[in-house]
Every structure is written in C-alpha cells, then in structure tokens.
Design a protein around this ligand. Sequence first.
Ligand SMILES: *[C@@H]1O[C@H](CO)[C@@H](O)[C@H](O)[C@H]1NC(C)=O
Ligand SMILES: *[C@@H]1O[C@H](CO)[C@@H](O)[C@H](O)[C@H]1NC(C)=O
Ligand SMILES: *[C@@H]1O[C@H](CO)[C@@H](O)[C@H](O)[C@H]1NC(C)=O
Ligand SMILES: *[C@@H]1O[C@H](CO)[C@@H](O)[C@H](O)[C@H]1NC(C)=O
Length: 494
Amino acid sequence: MHGSIFTALSALFGTRTYPPQYPINDLAQSPAMGWNNWNAYACNVSETMLLSTAAKVAALGLRDSGYQYIVLDDCWSNGRDHNGELQPDREKFPSGMKYVADQLHSMGYLFGMYSDAGSYTCGKYAGSLGYEEKDAKTFASWNVDYLKYDNCFNEGLSGTPKITAERYRVMKNALKATGRPILYSMCNWGEDLPWNWAHTVANSWRMSGDIYDYFNRPDARCPCTGEETYCAYPGYHCSVMNILNKAAHIIHTSQPGAWNDLDMLEVGNGGMDDEEYKAHFSMWAALKSPLLLGNDVSVLDAKALSILTNPAIIAVSQDPLGVAASRMYRYYVNDTDQYGQGEIQLWSGPLSGGDQVVILLNAGNISRTMKASLEEVFRQQTGISPEVSNDWDIYDLWANRMDLELAQSIIDGTGKPSPEVYYNATETSYKDGLAGGNPVLLGKLVGKVGAGGTIEREVARHGVSMLRLRKTVGSAKLQSAVQQPFELSGTYTN
Ligand SMILES: *[C@@H]1O[C@H](CO)[C@@H](O)[C@H](O)[C@H]1NC(C)=O
Ligand SMILES: *[C@@H]1O[C@H](CO)[C@@H](O)[C@H](O)[C@H]1NC(C)=O
Ligand SMILES: *[C@@H]1O[C@H](CO)[C@@H](O)[C@H](O)[C@H]1NC(C)=O
Ligand SMILES: *[C@@H]1O[C@H](CO)[C@@H](O)[C@H](O)[C@H]1NC(C)=O
C-alpha cells in the first residue's frame, strides 16, 4: 500500500520540470532539526551566545541526535551600508557573520539566518522586501545554510494566496540564483493557505500563529481553533492542542522537501508537565514538523533531555518515506479541565518498510484506556485496507526512554549517552539506521495485535501512547528478537 502511494506520487510529480520547480531544491528531505534562539533569548543575541550555545548543544548529545541547524533569529543587524548591504551589529557580532558560520561549520553544524519579507523585521530592523537579491547574495557570501523568512511589516502585500506567494517567491528565486544550497523556511504564520501553494516556494511553511508554552489553554490572541474554514488572523499564543487541531485538516500536504511547520518546540521551557511535553514532541515528530529546539540549553533539565533525544521518536520524524500521520478519530470527552477542554484522538500514518506509526492522544483530564481497531488505524478512502488482515507487533516508542539519572549525568558532564537509549545520527543517518534495523530506533516490543484486532493502551492525562506497528514475521523469530534484541540487526554492535 505505502509503496503504491509513493510510486503514485513520484509518477505524478517526479517528472515535472516546468517552472516553478518543485520541490525547490534537494534540501529538507526529512524535516529540519536544530536550535533557534528566539524562545530563550529573543532579541538578546550575540556571537558568544550563539557559539557557546552550539557547544552546549553538542555536549548534551543533541547535535548528534540530529539537531544540526543553529538558527540565529531577529535583531542581529545594524541596517544597511552605503551600498545597501546588510551589516551585522558589530557590538553583538564583532567578528562578523562569516566567522560565525565558519565556526559553526567547524563544529559540525549548519548555520541559519533570519530576515523578513517586509520593510522591517518583527523587531523593527531592516527587512528584505525590495532587497531580496542583494540580501540573498550577502547571506550566501556569509556561508549561510538556512533562511527563516518572517512576515512582519509586509506593506499589506497579503490577503490572497497569489499576493503572498509572489512576495515569498522573490526570495526563493534570489536564494536559488546564489548557487548555494540554502534551506528556505517560510514564516508567514499560515496566512493565505500556504499548504496549498508553498511547495513551489519554500522547504517549509508555518501553518499557524506562534506557539506558546501551554498544552490546551485557549487565548484570545490566537483566535482560530481549526473549526473555521479560513483563518484571516492567525495571531500568537497558540497552544499545542490548538495547533494540532488546525494541522488535522491540512497536514497531508507535507512531503519530502516541503513541510508544514507547526512552530518551534517548547519542550523543557516549564509551562507543561512531562506527559504534555512527551505528547507535544511525539505529535510534532509524527506530523513531520521541523523540530527546532527553543530552549535555554544551559538550564535544560533531565526530563527535557530524555524527551528530545528519544531515538525511537526522532526516527519517526526522520523516516525516509516522509508521510505525515493523519487524524483518524476525534471524540470529545466529559472529563474537561478548567478551560472546558477535553478530547481524545487517534493519529496514524505509514512509515518506510511497511511499518505504521500510531498515536493515541488523550487530551482529557483523566488517564484512561484508549482503543484503536486496525480498521481505524488503516482506514482508507474506500473499503477496508488489506493491512487490517495482517498480524502486527507493537513497539512502544516511549518505553526505552533514557532514564533521568543518565540524562542528569550527561547534563552534569559526568556521563555519556549509551547506545541502548541514544542514537548517533552524525555517525549513521536515521535512514540508514532504520534500513539496518537498529533496535534503538524501534522502542520496545510490548505485544501484538492479530488480524482485525484492536489495540488497547493506558494513556496518561494530557499524554500519548506512541507506537510503531511492524508486521509479525513468525512467532519463532519474534521469540528470539525478544530474548536478544541486539541480534535484530546484523550491523549493530553495542
Ligand atoms: C543577555 O544574554 C546574556 C548571555 O548571553 C546574559 O548574560 C544577559 O544577562 C542577557 N541580558 C538580558 C537583558 O537578558
Ligand atoms: C557521534 O559520533 C561522532 C563520529 O563518530 C563522534 O565524533 C561523536 O562524539 C559521537 N557523539 C556522541 C554524543 O556520542
Ligand atoms: C457525558 O455527559 C453527558 C451529559 O451529562 C452524558 O449524557 C453522557 O452520557 C456523558 N458521557 C460519558 C461518556 O460519560
Ligand atoms: C483536571 O486535572 C487536574 C490534574 O489532575 C486537576 O488538578 C484539576 O482539578 C482537574 N480539573 C477539573 C475541572 O476536573
């Protein structure tokens, strides 16, 4: 089934060469991973902050988990020189931007820059509208690898998909003309339905107003909930559940090279509990959002580190098939919280090699047993999917999470990530690790569901059960896999 979807998509799109070129480049074959300073530092940016954070991200094992872009957000510039060229603020960046890029490259990172498709950036620094070619050349000359491109002060050039697409396309073409591969991350907050057209413009596009660090708290500044067909004012202060309920309608438009961006991660910032952060991270991974850390990594706690490095979850995000999970059911429940919110959802989607990711999301206010029949997991447009008549092994993707003692020792600088709970993507890509059957990417085998059966899992309040289903090969083989998990792969050594 998955093979045929993939083949059909390639047949549809793979041979198109007429402009606009699609996808726009070879980048972001899986969703981008990295760190962005905005949530932790806002405008307080500097060379030292960026480089010391990058060193800390590496020391925590996050770089080698795959977080490879270090992205500098707003407030870095000092306007334009007499040639109209953007200048870095020399107080904040005394050695200049090329130096920063070269340092980051030597540390094994890629470097992300920020600008805005308007007269000013959101922080009221010089914007790139009307200067796209000049600025793209400047970024390329600084060895920039990624551009986050914001939407403030856009002079009213929005309101229809055509106007917005044309404004953002100018920078796409300018970046392309530099000849340097630069990942283009569009940040127009989901205005003008970018999921319908931005595949031909960018590598990713924000699909909602800005996230804030709450699980399901409504806020007047984030007026759209996902119930309306058109969101004229995306706003900000959007909770995790608010963004997910919007994503449910449009997430199928993501594909390799062109992703819906659900906004940066809040994991570890303090506004949610452990179950809520696990749910947030699980959903962002399964929906193939870019995964941009937003932490002050100098105060990252053990729980956050063990969430953000969980290899079984990241392997879903970075799966080479690149299909976002879909929502298969949503029910309101009576155990609402103080905001009057309470619902449960099932999400499901294909992974490479014929596996399937399944997420039972409990946004009710009590823990509960949740169920998903194979028919619900594999529901198709018409008829019953043949996958329903397979037997499936169930792997729990949170069961082998790094224990907090080990995570704390890594934070303290006394411990090292161990290969039973940590995956080094600098050594071997997730794609190759999955193809080689590395067991750390699979979580823990916890059971089976027979043909036509139903999965049942206990799910915590505001939590998820995230599972990988893999076709049962035969009970004898399963037995040996349980006893000797490291023999699952021929290439893996402990
Ligand atoms: C700005 O960041 C630096 C660390 O990079 C910190 O020492 C300083 O207190 C911060 N300033 C403000 C105003 O937050
Ligand atoms: C990951 O592998 C690279 C290359 O072998 C190595 O330099 C790095 O230290 C490893 N990272 C971790 C966190 O073990
Ligand atoms: C939820 O509450 C409504 C109204 O009180 C009631 O009719 C319904 O049976 C309840 N549902 C469940 C699943 O408890
Ligand atoms: C929801 O659950 C929390 C945590 O258990 C509890 O403190 C709160 O009172 C509950 N809210 C309602 C409205 O039941």
